[in-house]
Design a protein around this ligand. Structure first.
Ligand SMILES: [Zn+2]
Length: 77
């Protein structure tokens, strides 16, 4: 489900001045972010603004924790 996000659209117009991504982008990038984290790659560099968003958004932080636990558990099986 894709709906236009005003803040994202504005961010695109204004350039990289907005350091934090929104919930929609966060959810889209979260799998990739977790994969990179688990692999020991620089996830923050690959998905700029996601870490900042997690710090300010308890809902996404919880989602991040559960996906990381899921991926980590998957790997250890
Ligand atoms: Zn969020």
């Amino acid at each position: 489900m894709e709906k236009p996000d005003l803040r994202q659209t504005l961010g695109r117009l204004l350039g990289p001045a907005e350091p934090e991504i929104g919930c929609d982008a966060c959810f889209e990038e979260l799998d990739r972010y977790v994969e990179l984290e688990i692999a020991g790659e620089d996830a923050d560099a690959a998905v700029p603004g996601l870490r900042a968003h997690l710090e300010g958004c308890p809902a996404c932080r919880e989602e991040h924790e559960s996906r990381r636990a899921f991926v980590a558990g998957d790997r250890s099986l």
